[in-house]
Ligand binder design. Structure first.
Ligand SMILES: [Zn+2]
Ligand SMILES: [Zn+2]
Length: 353
């Protein structure tokens, strides 16, 4: 996967997670209680231990905590509390169970509760759930843990008046949840590791081939130098054809030969100044006159294909033409070269007749 694709994938993943999780945002509630203890001293306690319901109004509320009459679960159509709308502000504290969250909230708000606090089942410690109560939108309703709820219930049962203040806490979403954080971290880690691994692999591969290429080049160069030293070298003397001819020039420096010049004779029999042809061959490999690969001729790399006498056939593209029973292979060469067709039909039946 390319880096662009990886980034796109990551963006899509994060975008989807954010979109999907937007519907699961929940707000915590800060619950503060205050009451007079047995020594007539005011005790204040608070914790960010409440969770606003899914359909609740996320607002501040306060009042005297009130338990339902009889059943602590506060279900039923009858007036469930000893208070009404004209009482000073009060908050209903009910236990989870028996009926829906909506029914509990409705039973309390019908009688004028400013908020409803529902505490969890026995034995559930201080865990809470994100309540769903679609029939009661707009009411302040939070859930607290069983232990937190029971602590207040005991105070109330002992006749202590408890005042409660509910404040809006902070928003939480799946991306803030520990498991999601773990999941995201792991996903991010895997994607990052994979990307880094991929790039390291690619870079190492490139570096390796570059090093191999350079090594091969160096080896070839040293082989080439040794091979060039094996070429025949002559010092031109008075009377040699090269010194007298007007036509014979060194094709590299375009100068005529003089007596005393040191020349190199290539495998193709062309001659050049030694000082001119050696750097030329190291760079270009071929004879400047006839293009014969001199280094190949000297055994550096492959055998030299004789530039003057091609024994090996030239590379041609062959197309097969079906003509009746016979199959023809037509080489796609220049029109000038003589074309011949191999008839496979004849080859397949070599000795008939
Ligand atoms: Zn020259
Ligand atoms: Zn040549």
């Amino acid at each position: 996967m390319g880096s662009g694709k990886t980034q796109l994938f990551l963006c899509l993943l994060l975008g989807c997670l954010f979109q999907c999780s937007a519907g699961f945002v929940f707000w915590t509630a800060v619950v503060e209680i205050s009451y007079l203890n047995s020594h007539n001293e005011t005790t204040d306690k608070y914790c960010e231990c409440g969770v606003f319901g899914r359909n609740a109004a996320v607002e501040r509320a306060h009042g005297i905590v009130t338990l339902p009459r009889g059943d602590p679960k506060g279900c039923g159509p009858d007036p469930v509390y000893n208070r009404n709308a004209s009482s000073p502000a009060w908050i209903a504290l009910v236990k989870r169970g028996n009926c829906t969250f909506s029914e509990k909230i409705q039973a309390a708000t019908r009688q004028g509760a400013s908020a409803v606090v529902i505490y969890n089942f026995d034995g559930s410690g201080n865990t809470t759930t994100h309540m769903s109560h679609p029939e009661t939108t707009g009411a302040v309703a939070i859930m607290v843990g069983n232990l937190q709820g029971m602590e207040i219930v005991k105070l109330l049962q002992n006749g202590t008046e408890v005042l409660m203040l509910i404040e809006v806490g902070s928003p939480h979403g799946p991306w803030m949840d520990t498991y999601w954080l773990y999941f995201l971290s792991i996903a991010f880690f895997i994607v990052t590791t994979a990307s880094i691994g991929y790039f390291v692999f690619i870079s190492a591969n490139r570096l390796y081939s570059l090093r191999m290429h350079r090594r091969a080049e160096r080896r070839l160069k040293s082989e080439a130098k040794k091979a060039i030293q094996r070429l025949q070298v002559r010092t031109l003397k008075r009377g040699d054809e090269e010194t007298t001819s007007e036509i014979l020039l060194c094709a590299v420096c375009i100068e005529s030969y003089k007596v005393g010049d040191v020349v190199t004779v290539l495998t193709c029999d062309h001659i050049f100044h030694k000082a001119c042809i050696e750097p030329w061959l190291l760079e270009k490999r071929t004879c400047p006159m006839c293009k014969c690969d001199i280094l190949k001729a000297l055994g550096v790399e492959e055998e030299c294909k004789d530039a003057f006498n091609h024994n090996s056939p030239p590379e041609v593209t062959v197309i097969t033409v079906a003509g009746g029973e016979a199959m023809y292979e037509v080489p796609l060469t220049d029109a000038a070269s003589p074309q011949h067709y191999d008839n496979r039909a004849f080859e397949e039946e070599p000795s008939r007749g």
